[in-house]
Design a protein around this ligand. Structure first.
Ligand code: AMP
Length: 413
């Protein structure tokens, strides 16, 4: 089949590697793509958030399947425009993508579906914010209601910081702090049938020891040897199936990738957030371990054939990815720095560009993610850090403790 992949980040590079490895994918076109994706796909230019432009490109390249990577095109209704042309599309409708596009909408769906999550208030005024902060006490969790590229959430003990973030955002959801290790679970769904992938853990904070501000994610690993055996089964039963049923009942079935961000609290797994697409950088590790052909899986979900899809197959061992970020990220990142070592196998491009002279340069906050597998987590971790050692990017930084707690057995659920 011919597959058109939309997006240009690390998640899309990981998806491109997975799709290119699927023998059923005869031709892979990525738009707009990035220099890493260019090694495995044919690149086309497109404004990813323009529904008409993406749909026209899908028709032009005679795509059998369109895979939409990022959230912004989904929320903009790109999947609807593609499907309106009669082309199979992996990614939820604009209406269903509100599960990610609005924190308040997601909370409303969770409440209606009886999904375990933190108590919360939707606030717009200073008085509402103050009342919510008083109710929960520190640490305060203040979330921008809209899309914020993974940086709309402030978790802080400092009341002034919490109040300022609420004021900056305008409309926020203020939530009970959920204590416990975090897990990301990706679920591929056609709206009715649902197939969970392997749970992974990402590292949201910028600095070692989970210090510093929240980022889009600084690294990830899988599998989670410390997670309870019944975790996936429980989350599917308590969270995923009720949420999918609620979305169908509302007339906006959710088909695509449901990302469930969880905290494993003393009272069981509770939802921290839903996303409407694969998470970055967890995708890098989950897909590195997936043995089932990715294109076939996504095509089955896009054509309502998931109920009959064979059980997923996984490679033995573990995978680790370490993000190499630009100088000053997650603040305004410096871009245009020359990168060496970016072409090593396993190095996923998240924010890179080709300069006119052909040099590979940084073009975003998260620049690369060094991804490796190994016979066990320690081996995968060592291999990922060896890849990082082979990269140079002036002023860059990365965490040195990705997957370390799990390797040392310091994480318990
Ligand atoms: P989100 O964008 O909702 O995933 O939030 C980003 C990060 O903020 C999460 O990965 C958590 O580390 C943290 N966070 C969000 N909500 C909560 C919560 N209710 N309790 C504790 N930490 C949270």
């Amino acid at each position: 089949m011919r597959v058109l992949l939309i997006g240009s980040g690390g998640r899309e590079h990981a998806l491109a590697v997975g799709l290119a490895a699927d023998p059923s994918v005869e031709r892979l076109i990525a738009a707009p793509g990035n220099p890493g994706i260019a090694a495995v796909a044919e690149l086309r230019d497109v404004t990813a958030t323009d529904p008409a432009a993406v749909a026209a490109l899908a028709v032009e390249v005679a795509a059998d399947l369109v895979v939409i990577g990022p959230e912004a095109p989904l929320v903009a209704g790109v999947a609807d425009a593609v499907r309106a042309k009669g082309i199979a599309c992996f990614g939820p409708s604009g209406a269903a993508a509100r599960l990610e596009g609005s924190k308040a909408f997601a909370k409303d769906v969770m409440a209606a579906a009886g999904v375990p999550t933190g108590r919360s208030y939707e606030c717009t005024t200073d008085a509402e914010v103050a009342a919510a902060l008083d109710d929960f006490g520190p640490p305060y969790v203040v979330k921008n209601d809209g899309l914020a590229a993974g940086k709309g959430v402030v978790v802080t003990d400092d009341r002034t910081v919490a109040e300022e973030h609420a004021r900056d955002c305008g409309r926020v959801v203020i939530e009970e702090f959920l204590d416990g290790p975090e897990v990301s679970l990706f679920v591929v769904t056609d709206g009715t049938a649902a197939v969970p992938l392997m749970p992974a853990q990402d590292f949201k904070r910028a600095l070692d020891g989970d210090a510093g501000p929240n980022t889009g994610g600084m690294g990830a690993y899988a599998p989670l040897s410390w997670a309870p055996d019944d975790l996936v089964e429980r989350v599917m039963a308590e969270t995923v199936m009720p949420t999918l049923a609620e979305m169908r009942e509302r007339g906006t079935p959710f088909a695509g990738l449901l990302y469930v961000g969880l905290a494993l609290t003393g009272k069981g797994p509770k939802v921290i957030e839903f996303n409407a697409r694969f998470g970055d950088p967890e995708t890098q590790v989950v897909l590195a371990l997936l043995a089932t052909p990715l294109g076939e899986l996504l095509h089955a979900a896009a054509t309502s054939m998931l109920a009959d899809f064979p059980a997923l197959r996984w490679h033995e061992g573990a995978a680790v990815t370490v993000v190499v970020a630009s100088h000053n990220y997650p603040g305004t990142p410096r871009t245009g720095d020359v990168i060496t070592g970016g072409e090593q196998p396993g190095v996923i491009h998240a924010g890179t560009a080709r300069r006119e002279d052909g040099a590979l340069v940084s073009a975003g906050g998260r620049v690369l993610s060094a991804t490796a597998t190994g016979a066990d987590l320690a081996a995968a971790r060592a291999a990922a850090y060896a890849l990082v050692e082979g990269i140079t990017l002036e002023g860059s930084h990365h965490r040195t403790d990705i997957a370390l707690g799990a390797v040392e057995g310091r994480i318990t659920a």
